[in-house]
Design a protein around this ligand. Structure first.
Ligand SMILES: NC(=O)c1ccc[n+]([C@@H]2O[C@H](COP(=O)([O-])OP(=O)(O)OC[C@H]3O[C@@H](n4cnc5c(N)ncnc54)[C@H](OP(=O)(O)O)[C@@H]3O)[C@@H](O)[C@H]2O)c1
Length: 366
């Protein structure tokens, strides 16, 4: 059934007052028209209300699909109206930026490509767990990322993790110089608290903060007041909790030890995968009347929190891309959101989001 016929069929069913709808299939006429703004004034970016995280196409999400398929999928995302694509030097390292450049640099004036510096990568080898935001390293990464991405300017250059050895003013000042030189347009930070945001913003206005945020991890809400005060956007990463919120995982789910960091996370042990199913049930409960999947409800919930939020789910599959994009059409009424959040606040998350080593690199948000 094509989409037009499906809509007609759905309309007929709703006139008849029945709730029996066929399984949703998405046609080719998907288009995101909703836009959101990250940042303020000269340092703002207007982007599609949902972005795309490229990471999993080459890094940390299991088997790596064919390059050709991933380029086609990124082109589909562009055709569907996505204008924000996220990568980083460390993803691979380098393979993800190279893929992003190959697939998307041809659309460079119509989309925004964001990347990140801050991990210690020497001659293409990641010195695991070590950080490096020294000014000379930031400059080097900028030059090399521009080449890999096949761009003249990086639209948004994030510090990936705070480097305790380098004052944030020096980091912001270095990016400020790169902006003056035309190599970077905007500056961003990941996983930082309010004080760091303020100090950085004084030196160079921050366009967006990117941190993990979804119904199972709400700590970033602590920084929303400072983001609102300074006019900074917020980009939730892993908005589906690394796929968990799509509701397809259980205690038998296995993660490829070679290229999937989920196996190292306390929230992805067999016990945690089972114990946290209450979150999926909540998404299913509220999704029923909207004919929406748990993944769509998880994304719609994020979009409903604040108008300056732009989630960046990642996928390697066309049907997931289509499903996720359709989340932008799912609205929560105020009372629905209140009721959802009331129920959500009663749920307990089993397992930490990061192991001790990874947790050391993220700043407390308070
Ligand atoms: N700043 C940071 O420190 C940081 C850290 C992590 C990630 N990120 C960024 O955030 C982006 C997204 O994060 P993420 O990949 O960790 O997590 P995510 O977007 O929450 O989840 C991605 C996973 O969910 C699956 N998935 C996506 N849509 C689905 C659907 N509709 N139904 C079922 N499964 C679905 C994907 O598998 P399939 O391929 O099978 O669809 C993939 O394994 C990354 O690409 C990266 O750009 C940033």
């Amino acid at each position: 059934m094509n989409r037009r016929n499906f809509l007609k069929f759905a309309a007929l069913l709703s006139v008849a007052g029945t709730s029996i709808l066929p399984k949703i299939s998405y046609g080719e006429d998907i288009k995101i028209s909703q836009k959101r703004i990250l940042g303020k004034g000269r340092y703002s970016l207007e982007v599609s209300s949902l972005g795309f995280g490229v990471m999993g196409m080459t890094y940390n999400r299991g088997p790596i699909p064919s390059r050709k398929d991933m380029i086609n999928l990124l082109h589909k995302a562009y055709d569907y109206g996505i204008t924000l694509f996220d990568t980083a030097e460390v993803y691979g390292p380098h393979t993800n930026e190279i893929l992003t450049g190959e697939a998307l640099s041809q659309f460079k004036n119509k989309i925004h490509i964001t990347t990140k510096f801050g991990h210690d990568i020497i001659n293409g080898k990641y010195n695991y767990g070590k950080l490096n935001s020294r000014p000379e390293q930031i400059r080097k990464v900028a030059e090399e990322s521009l080449k890999r991405l096949k761009l003249d300017t990086i639209d948004l250059f994030y510090q990936h993790r705070l480097d305790p050895k380098v004052p944030i003013e020096d980091v912001a000042g270095t990016v400020k110089d790169l902006i003056k030189e035309g190599k970077v347009k905007c500056f961003g930070l990941c996983e930082v608290g309010a004080d760091t945001i303020r100090r950085a913003h004084k030196e160079q206005p921050v366009t967006a903060v990117q941190s993990e945020y979804h119904i199972m991890w709400r700590e970033p809400e602590m920084i929303f007041p400072v983001l609102e005060e300074l006019g900074i956007g917020f980009v939730p990463y892993s908005p589906l909790n690394r796929g968990y919120l799509a509701g397809k995982m259980d205690k038998n789910t296995k993660f490829n030890p070679k290229n999937d960091n989920r196996g190292t996370l306390p929230r992805f042990t067999p016990e945690a995968l089972e114990a946290n199913k209450s979150f999926i049930k909540l998404l299913e409960k509220y999704g029923k009347s909207k004919n929406a999947t748990p993944a769509q409800m998880a994304l719609a919930w994020l979009l409903a929190q604040k108008p300056y939020i732009v989630p960046i789910p990642g996928t390697t599959k066309l049907n997931h891309l289509q499903e996720n994009i359709n989340a932008v059409n799912i609205a929560f009424s105020k009372s629905e959101l209140n009721n959802f959040n009331k129920e959500l606040s009663k749920l307990q998350v089993f397992g930490d989001r990061y192991n001790k080593e990874q947790q050391k690199q993220v700043e407390n948000k308070a």
